[in-house]
Design a protein around this ligand. Structure first.
Ligand code: ZN
Length: 211
């Protein structure tokens, strides 16, 4: 689905299998966020295909964090595609015995410009070490990975998780001016007031349990 101009969501809807949502920013360059599981990559191929885009036309793949349901498919891309994640994410995968294509570049806090699109790269740990969120100021769009969802937050009981850090990360994201909240799982949240309500609800419901 097209969320707004140049921003497409390939939402994973199958409740019987876990996989991440994938997002496409289609500007002068095609930027894909979280390619998901390798064995569900058809989901992405089909989503791109509906837009007339092939996998080899993806210029850059950005990974929010080191969990396999978000990043396993990075290895499928050819030489025409650059892949990127935080250095900490790559080290976390290697440290857990995972084998993955080495990113062409590492992401760090700051501005990333690809073609005519500039994204703010935000370090948002708590769910997973090295976890990133991406904010696209031109569209007021926020890609949160597994930090915050529609009516929910990321798990903190997995290796390297921290409730205290997750809370700080969510508080940081809640201060941004967001019209589109684009989480790694579940539905997108559209509309500034709905996004604010979602952050409020998440804080009311879960922050007491995060420390
Ligand atoms: Zn995760």
């Amino acid at each position: 689905m097209e969320v707004t101009a140049g921003l497409h969501a390939f939402i994973w809807r199958n409740p019987r299998a876990n996989n991440a949502n994938t997002y496409l920013i289609a500007g002068k360059k095609n930027i894909l966020i979280d390619p998901g599981h390798l064995h569900f990559f058809d989901h992405v191929v089909n989503g791109l295909g509906r837009l007339g885009i092939t996998v080899s036309q993806v210029d850059v793949v950005l990974v929010t964090h080191a969990h396999i349901d978000h990043m396993e498919a990075v290895g499928i891309f050819g030489e025409s595609t650059l892949t990127a994640m935080s250095r900490e994410s790559f080290q976390f995968i290697e440290g857990s015995g995972g084998k993955i294509r080495e990113p062409e570049f590492f992401l760090q806090e700051g501005t990333l410009t690809v073609g005519d699109v500039s994204l703010d790269v935000l370090m948002t740990p708590g769910h997973c070490p090295g976890s990133l969120s991406f904010y696209w100021p031109d569209r007021k769009a926020l890609f949160t990975g597994d930090v915050v969802f529609s009516q929910g937050i990321g798990r903190t009981d997995l290796p390297g998780g921290s409730g205290r850090l997750l809370k700080e990360s969510i508080e940081r994201l809640s201060r941004l001016d967001v019209d589109y909240l684009l989480p790694g799982h579940g539905a997108v949240v559209v509309g500034k007031e709905k996004v604010k309500d979602n952050f409020r609800m998440v804080a009311d419901y879960w922050f007491d349990y995060l420390d």
